[in-house]
Design a protein around this ligand. Structure first.
Ligand code: ATP
Ligand code: MG
Length: 176
């Protein structure tokens, strides 16, 4: 039997990462530096090719993984997590997919409530220039032109270029 303390320095953070942007990177850098190991959960993993969710879980995985490697951060793992649409079971689903963890970083009130009810330590994750860095803002810039490039890590931009991601978003948005 492994003691629960064994995992006291392991943490979890969850986002949709549509796409992975500089705000995500800033908070993940901080959380990873405070943790022995950080699980990065890719939420709503089943969605792709939608205006609000243009990228697949695998594409988002690559954006995060290539950026972390580029930054020299190694104490992380990435897991895709599909929506269960049954909140009372969601923590159990996350726990079944992730390596053990005891701390959760989130600002989302529902996520915070669900994990604290399940006995996890929940911490606020600091926001970095939220007016500029949000997935919604990046997707809007992608529809307009090239302004999105300064909002995402260089390696994430490389992945987006490689999969022709901006053109995909423009086509599925139908000019909206
Ligand atoms: P969207 O606009 O598509 O909802 P988002 O920017 O809110 O995108 P999500 O993919 O929904 O990002 O992920 C949410 C997670 O990312 C939360 O933990 C949130 O605190 C964190 N996050 C989002 N933007 C920032 C930011 N600018 N600085 C730090 N953390 C951020
Ligand atoms: Mg969001």
């Amino acid at each position: 039997m492994v003691s629960a303390n064994r995992f006291s320095e392991r943490s979890l953070i969850i986002g949709r990462f549509q796409p992975f942007h500089n705000g995500h990177m800033d908070v993940i850098r901080k959380c990873a530096s405070e943790s022995e190991n950080l699980t990065i959960g890719i939420g709503s993993a089943q969605y792709s090719h939608e205006c609000d969710n243009p990228f697949t879980a695998g594409e988002r995985y690559l954006m995060i993984d290539e950026t972390m490697k580029d930054e020299g951060i190694t104490n992380y793992c990435i897991i895709p997590i599909e929506d269960l649409n049954r909140y009372s079971l969601w923590v159990a689903q996350v726990r079944s997919l992730s390596p053990p963890f005891s701390k959760v970083y989130s600002n989302n009130p529902l996520t915070r409530r669900l994990f604290s009810e399940a006995g996890y330590e929940v911490r606020n994750s600091p926001l970095y220039n939220r007016d500029l860095y949000s997935g919604t803002a990046v997707r809007k810039e992608m529809l307009k032109g090239d302004g999105w490039r300064s909002l995402v890590p260089g390696k994430a931009a490389e992945v987006i270029d490689c999969i022709d991601g901006v053109q995909r978003l423009r086509e599925i948005s139908g000019g909206e």
